[in-house]
Design a protein around this ligand. Sequence first.
Ligand code: HEM
Length: 550
Amino acid sequence: MTENIAIVITKDKLCSERIRGLVFRMMYKTLCRSLVSTVLILGTATLAAVLQKAPGPPSLPSIMSNGLGSLPLIGLGKAIGIGPPPHERMHQLADRFGDVMTLEMGREPWIILSSPEAVHEAFVVKGGEFSARPMVPSMSISSGKGQGFAKKNLDPSLIKLRQKAFGELFDTQSVQRAQAQFDEEIEILINHLVCASSSSENGGVEIRPALQRAVTNMVLRYAFSARVPFEGEDSKFDSCSGSSMCATSLVYEELVDVVEKLWEELTSTQTFLTDLAVEPRLADLYYAGISPIPSLVKKRDSLLRTIVSQRRQTKTTRSNGDMLDVLLGSSLPESDIMYTLVDLFVAGVNTVSTTLEWMLLLTADKPQCQTRARSDVLACGDSIMSNMNNMNHPRQQSYVDALIKETLRFKPPLLLPRRSTVDTSIGKYEIPAGQVVLANNWALTHDTRWWRNPRSFRPERWLEEEDKVFQGVESCKFIPYSIGRRVCPGSRLAQTEISTATRGLLRSVSWCRVEPKIDLREEFSLTLSPTTSQCLSFHRLKTRRKEKNR
Ligand code: HEM
């Protein structure tokens, strides 16, 4: 009995202890959970309270009901020439509203980044969160609705394409293999400039079309082992690039013609405003009915398809395969092959020729810079034909390297907009997923906070106060090819073309203005190009010390 009572008491005790333990654990868990959710709620609330909307100026009133989005205030600088051009206006506005600023750009607001800190946080530290690309209607038509490198998201197929680009299409060996062809093309350009100068009344030759043709030919040779002659060019050059060019030169002439017309359309003010301000349905109507862009794109793509299928049929074995050979031998899908060729023309011609155009104009405006660069080239011969792929590597930096860098700083290429992939932030500002973000390269390269006398063209800055390896945040003050996950895959090719042309020209000719003044104003478009196409006068140098040095 006593035993039984003891067992009951013990059981009861055990039971109540268990119940107490259970209750305690439940209470503990509930307490923990509510503590965690309180912390989370408080955290989110604090974060929401801390993160703010990036400030910005008001836009012109929305006229969406009329089929137009709220017009970008800064667009007026481009559209009707009121106020400064957009890149300068954005820089001025950043002074008032900050380095992370919201700007109404028609259909949707853009976040404009104007400091190396903001760019570093977005494109380097949070690179994956800003790796998407917005697509304006005209570019969508040109890129087959975002194929090739123009893909909206950095998905596995784009990662593979970019790896191929850096590793096989534009790698150091492939670019170096094309060096002799680039040299030859620049020699032809020089002949053209000198002949055209000597036969013109005032000694001037329009440099823009000449440079565009030379760069187009460097690209044609690189991709297809082909070229298209300059107007009136000596026929001895026709056969310099081998049989493929002679057999199909008409296709290339047509291709170049259509690519040039397309570039004019893509960069027109009409296209700029339609892309940014017009409601999508109306924009589609405009492009389908009035704009010549779709038919030019159709023609370009059909010519490229002809070139690709001809190459497949002939199966010519070149000792040093060109880019098309590499593309056809890659395991890339057909659309990537096709649109990589498209991208080469859309992204790889006018970017390079515009840089060269600025270099010629700036050194005609400041002949002392031209003279110093020439002395540098003639003194060093080809021995320091620097591989300028690493823009931040000052080892063995020459005055010519400094001249090229200063050209890219003083007249900076426009960077392409990105889109955020998730809800995120830059500094204290919230950035919702899908937000368009643009780094204003003009602000990065023209702010007194990180450059000494940014408004003066001074190549020697790169041999003096800027002669160092930029690291971390500082590396984002000079990013002509951008930075991060969508950085330009053609920078190695571009640098080699620019370096070859600059050195070749300096070695063989001198140039000067024919008008009383060089016009150095910029036109904001897909590139930041000189407002007017200008003439310069070219003279062959008497002493060609290059020969001695070789
Ligand atoms: C001076 C010459 C050039 C400059 C200044 C330049 C600059 C740029 C810039 C700023 C971007 C945007 C990158 C970003 O958003 O992070 C870009 C993208 C691109 N560039 Fe270049 N580029 C030049 C020449 C070339 C050449 C020669 C090619 C030849 C293939 C090329 C192909 C591309 C392509 C395909 C993209 C798109 C990459 C992507 O969205 O994934 N570029 N370039």
